[in-house]
Design a protein around this ligand. Sequence first.
Ligand code: HEM
Length: 454
Amino acid sequence: MTAATVEPTPRAARTLPRIPGRPILGHLASFRNDRVGMLLRLAKTHPDIVEMPMGLVRRVVVVSSPSLANEVLSTKQSAFVKAPGLAVFLRPVLGGGLLTSEHEVHERQRKLLAPAFAHKRIASYAATMAERAERFATTLREGEPLDLAEAMMRLTFEIVGKTLFDAEVVSDASAVGDALTTAMEVAMGQLGAVIPLPPMIPSPQNLKYKRAVARLDEVVYRIIRERRAEGGDRGDVLSMLLDARDEDGTAMTDRQVRDEAMTLFLAGHETTANALSWTFYLLARHPDARARMEAELDALGRVPSYEDLKQLPYTLAVFKEAMRLYPPAYVLGRRSVADATIGEHLVRKSSIVLVSILGIHRRSDLWPDPETFDPGRFLGDKEKQLPRCAYMPFGAGPRVCIGNHFALMEGHALLATIARRVRFEPTSAEPAELEPLVTLRPKGGLAMRAHVRT
Ligand code: HEM
């Protein structure tokens, strides 16, 4: 789809409800300092759609209704592109890869990468996932303290490296983790800044960002170089990228391959790691749910294969419920490129539209007792009875997460394999704080102690 092909605005379209905010800055301070609180409050006070001025130039619209989210992301998506937060501030990291590209480039690259995420291919990754998770779990000693959030980042990074790029990257994990955190902090800081400085301006923050990107580049270019030198088709994503040809026979440049690889590396590990961290955190606070899950795992009695996962529905429900309460991608940003009618309201061209996944996941009309952790919500076919977009950790529409089945299987397999062997107890009784960067992370990591079960 090229530029917007949008229906003309019907006359009846109503102006958006608006929360005026402070002069000039509007709601920028809340956005910067209490993003999560702001989104949760809005889902209660304005459960459909609301405009909130932010700074001089930003008209921000927050959507907390599943049906309107569906319009923005699916049925009227041609009126929107990705918000500049991602496209501009994450560009040094992600370049023109799948997450940030638009229109024909996006369509072409999505088609190219789709086979790597086909059902059969994903099933073949299950053994690697379980094997790496088992290796991690069996190295833990009784009473060992660890930052579980960091451990999950390492593990999911290692898995994306091995499954999609057939590369061993575990020794790069901490450098990549640091670089990625820096990149996200700077990107989010810029998004909430009064006067955002684009990445090319050499401010101290941007220089730090540049160094972080150089570190990430080192890892990804090394992998590309090694593969080019070896040659041959290994049937993985990297081979697919290196072998891809345009209609006129041109191959992708190293830079294009790097952008796609970097995007998959980053999008493919950070989110799943956060989802798993929150899952273990919730299990530690809900011993009944944990006991039920452990009973399911013990009844299977082995490291689960792909086929075995079917026998672990409660474990999957635990993972899904954790992503309802703590969706790693808690808000999706779009910019309108034309006037659009969303519901019965007019969203004007050049608005920033934030689809509040977090707000939708905590609406009490969709989720009775929404703050309660209750995996039972995802047992049987209950999920199928939900309205469209009521549960959307992976987004919706043509930009829905390409890795959604990969991630669900990975979360399921890792949770089952690790929890069979170990239990984690937080070292502090204090609730974890949320750190809403590009993804929703536990602030300062998750200090846990391991208790060996088998
Ligand atoms: C629990 C784990 C994950 C969550 C919650 C998640 C969430 C999301 C969401 C919400 C989007 C849509 C963004 C938008 O519409 O603006 C997205 C896109 C994407 N995700 Fe994921 N993701 C996860 C795991 C993965 C994995 C494992 C991979 C790859 C191995 C991956 C690769 C991508 C890519 C490439 C896109 C861009 C797709 C496009 O625009 O066509 N994600 N993800």
